[in-house]
Design a protein around this ligand. Sequence first.
Ligand SMILES: [Zn+2]
Length: 70
Amino acid sequence: MINKCPKCEKVIIQFRINTVVGAMPFKNKWNCVSICCPYCHTVLSVQIDPVAIKADTVNELAQRLGGLPT
Ligand SMILES: [Zn+2]
């Protein structure tokens, strides 16, 4: 069946999203989101937070453009 939790086997029609931090040893940390089963809270997937990466990209671009000579 489609959208079935692999642990509790309930059908999921709405996932739970939590903010988490992804860290590589001795490197940067990233704002991430975990996608979880709303019933048993099993983590089904983790990805970089698309809202945070968009904001970081816009801020970095604004800083670089602001640093260019006019
Ligand atoms: Zn579950």
